[in-house]
Design a protein around this ligand. Structure first.
Ligand SMILES: [Fe+2]
Length: 285
């Protein structure tokens, strides 16, 4: 019998990679990296063998999609921010069986979903960045099997993403996997205008977004998801939700939707990054 052993909403900002390197930005994302390492540590302690990532950097224009390849290996450079992430090596095992199970559950729930085991279908950095830090210093035999799910759902309804998340939970429980589930995406996501990019490296673009993010995190800490679910469509629209916040909808669907009421534990306090709002937070299962 499989189970979700840990669930979290996490950042994946490319400045985490810069933070590792010598130079001006060395250490600037230590808190975010420490949050990822702690999530990885706790997940392993709880017996996790697989990571399922809702990745808002995988854009899809039709249907829901699961990348459940056998094995992922490559050298990644971001085409969106090549000056931030370049030549990042990665290698993770995959879990085609779980991807297929998720697709079957989602289809049965009326959500048009396809599972793919295609060697040339690569991972996006919403998956690669957290996997990097959650595997740092971890021996090969303890690597998570990685399943990546498209969460930049350009023409999709948030309610379908809630239903999709619930299907992910059922599929995991029918599997033999112990799973870490990650919603990999920001809070608000108003990137800085280009001329302000360097000045805004560690702040929000708009005070409005910052205040909204802080309020949302207060609701999360109080377990007030009835209110949060009611405001999610407006929050996503007015605060430029990354991937339209489908990662968050999937995570909440997995946890029970508007009836979920557990207080969230913040591991990395909200921070501004290139104008956007970011956090690492555990959502108790
Ligand atoms: Fe992002």
């Amino acid at each position: 019998m499989g189970e979700v052993v840990l669930a979290a909403k996490i950042c994946h900002v490319p400045s985490m990679y810069l933070s590792e390197l010598p130079g001006e930005h060395h250490g600037c994302r230590d808190a975010a990296i420490a949050g990822h390492k702690e999530i990885g540590r706790r997940a392993r302690e709880l017996g996790a063998d697989t990571a399922v990532v809702f990745d808002v950097h995988w854009l899809v224009n039709s249907a829901y999609h699961i990348n459940c390849g056998e094995h992922f290996k490559g050298i990644y450079t971001s085409n969106e921010l090549p000056h931030f992430i370049k030549n990042m090596e990665y290698e993770y095992p995959g879990c085609p069986e779980l991807g297929e199970l998720i697709a079957a559950e989602a289809v049965a729930a009326g959500v048009r979903t396809l599972a793919h085991n295609i060697p040339s279908l690569e991972l996006e950095y919403g998956t690669l960045v957290p996997m990097r830090y959650m595997h740092m210093g971890v021996p090969d035999e303890q690597k998570f099997k990685v399943v990546s799910i498209a969460a930049w759902c350009a023409w999709h309804r948030l309610e379908d993403s809630f239903a999709f998340g619930a299907a992910v939970r059922r599929a995991i429980e029918k599997s033999d996997r112990k799973v870490l589930v990650l919603a990999s995406g920001s809070l608000s996501h108003r990137f800085s205008d280009d001329r302000d990019a360097q000045a805004n490296m560690h702040s929000w673009t708009r005070e409005f977004d910052k205040q909204m993010d802080l309020r949302v995190v207060e609701l999360w800490k109080q377990g007030r998801f009835k209110e949060f679910c009611a405001m999610l469509p407006d929050y996503a629209e007015h605060c430029f939700g990354e991937g339209k916040m489908h990662d968050t909808a999937m995570l909440l669907g997995l946890l029970g939707g508007a009836d979920y009421d557990k207080p969230v534990e913040v591991l990395t306090e909200p921070f501004g990054s290139s104008g956007t709002g970011q956090i690492n937070a555990i959502f108790p299962v």
